[in-house]
Design a protein around this ligand. Sequence first.
Ligand code: UDP
Length: 243
Amino acid sequence: MNITLLGAKISSKKMQETVSEISSYITKGSFHHVITLNAEILYRAQTDPELMEIVNAADIVTPDGAGIVWAAKALGKPVQERVTGIDLTLALVEEAQRKGWRLALYGGKPGVAREAANNLQKKHPKLKIVGTYHGYLSSKEQDEFRREMTELNPNILLVAIGAPKQEFWIRENKELDIPVMMGVGGSLDVIAGKAKRAPKWMQKVHMEWFYRLIREPWRYKRMLALPKFMWLVIKVKLKIKDR
Ligand code: UDP
């Protein structure tokens, strides 16, 4: 159940089906890459073949972001529902407690991953978090981190060093052979209580991007990708209609 959107293979599975699919990766073992794709990254991939290649080599790419869901519908290939990084993370954490999976958290400013782990542990007392690492490790610390990953042998590594840096990092570190490596952007900041998600009503009317723009105005340059992405989709749609 995949669609192809502007050259990228995207899953149209619902949240629960996505969690089941990811569960099967843990049963299988060996490396799997989970991407939650937003419009900004898909737009960037149009001119970055390496990024597009990474997206298409991933085991599952979920439609994160209202832009992707809108584009899929506009181009006549609707997905069943939006599966965001934060929602998928929280769903996987629940499953991890149920199934006894070992989790490791990597990314964010020093202290954020630890704080996120504490908050998750409060809510899920039996959750096994085997390690937390901040996202600004020196190359020596990175080597140590990789060694620890081999020893601790987590089932899931959540990588929160921002998109698309995290996607490149995961690809470069696939030999760690962790069954699920997933880029989760700013999710650890949200779980640690350092950043807030847009209110539910704003999420519903697909205005999360606006909330983020107001709270983090310095992101405006990156966010300009959104109207450019929409324009690209409109152009593709008009071309389709011409045929
Ligand atoms: N981050 C990090 N290391 C880096 C760059 C970023 O750990 O070298 C973290 C940053 O602290 C933040 C997260 O990555 O917690 C997400 O960053 P951003 O909001 O830019 O990414 P997005 O949510 O758009 O993927």
